[in-house]
Design a protein around this ligand. Structure first.
Ligand code: ASP
Length: 321
């Protein structure tokens, strides 16, 4: 029996097309099927070192990512990872919410094999599209014997789910891993790890949620920003609207406008979970031992929201047992 690399398509610019020949912008994401994307790349089976299995899980612009697609993606990854012949999974995805999906999968999926997300900044119909090379690199990485856990490859650089974020709206190399830098590089047919070896597999903190995912509604968790002139009204609105969690993108080292802080205290009193993340793109704010809310463990606001969603889901499932 031959080993397999599974490629799951979800849409994005990598599957996008433009009616203007060769255009890099002004296209429609999520148009070309994953099977067709694979067929356009010579040498892909060789890079996989086995058979390639393609499956279309969704076909959307990732700005529109939703809980239904997330649930299906987790379920399909879990089903494929249960097959011992699957050596790795590649997911084609839009760049806009890629870091959120990566962080979600990181906390849910068995990390003993690689799950590699990839994307493109230019549509498939561009004069020089970046998708085919990214997809080839993703298959090379997914087939690497030392690769583990949820990774992202774009523009030849390998990133981990925790640190990666999209930092540029147009540049081909749109992703960075902040202070830590990339985990490695895919160079032609080899993977070069930044610290001489592949990172160890992380234990998925919420794996127990996977079998029940989709059976209970996802909780409402909103993100609010601390900025000059805020009055905290959005927090009150979120609480009235049924939010069970609020992530604050705080200034600097976790500081909050006093009006927002007062609104958050009202939210906590109403039973809402609050997490504070820094809106600074680099570094890591200190913990908040004396505050009535927790820091976000160094996560960006969007990833802190993903973590809080899973925490609340876990709490509601435990409560229903
Ligand atoms: N809006 C697109 C998406 O996220 C952008 C991209 O893929 O680069 O699906």
């Amino acid at each position: 029996m031959q080993r397999k690399i599974v490629v799951l398509g979800t849409g994005g610019t990598i599957a996008g097309t433009s009616s203007v020949a060769g255009a890099n912008v002004g296209y429609t994401a999520g148009q070309i099927g994953v099977q067709q994307l694979l067929a356009a790349i010579p040498g892909l089976e060789r890079a996989a070192g086995g058979v390639l299995v393609a499956e279309q899980v969704a076909q959307l612009d990732s700005k529109d990512m939703d809980f239904e697609v997330w649930t299906r993606l987790v379920q399909r990854c879990t089903a494929h990872l249960a097959d011992p012949l699957v050596a790795g999974i590649v997911i084609t995805h839009g760049t806009d919410t890629l870091e959120e999906t990566a962080w979600l999968l990181h906390q849910l999926l068995d990390a003993s094999r690689p799950v590699v997300l990839t994307c493109a900044m230019r549509p498939a119909t561009a004069l020089v599209p970046d998708g085919p090379q990214n997809l080839l690199d993703a298959v090379t990485l997914a087939a690497h014997p030392a690769a583990r856990g949820v990774l992202l490859v774009a523009a030849g650089r390998v990133h981990g789910a925790r640190e990666v974020s999209k930092v540029h709206p147009l540049r081909l190399d749109a992703f960075e891993s902040g202070d830590t830098g990339p985990l490695g590089w895919v160079e032609a047919d080899r993977v070069r790890w930044a610290h001489g070896q592949a990172p160890l597999a992380a234990v998925p903190t919420h794996a127990a949620l996977v079998p029940a995912l989709g059976s209970a509604p996802w909780p409402r968790v909103e993100i609010v920003l601390s900025h000059a002139g805020t009055d905290g009204a959005l927090v009150d609105w979120a609480v009235q609207g049924g939010a069970r969690g609020i992530v604050v993108a705080a200034t600097g080292d976790g500081t909050l406008h006093h009006a927002l802080e007062a609104a958050l205290a009202r939210a906590v009193a109403a039973g809402v979970q609050v997490r504070v993340a820094s809106r600074c793109p680099l570094g890591r704010m200190r913990d908040l031992p004396d505050a009535p809310w927790r820091g976000a463990d160094g996560l960006s606001p969007v990833k802190a929201r993903v973590s809080l969603l899973l925490e609340l889901l876990q709490a509601s499932m435990q409560a229903s047992i």
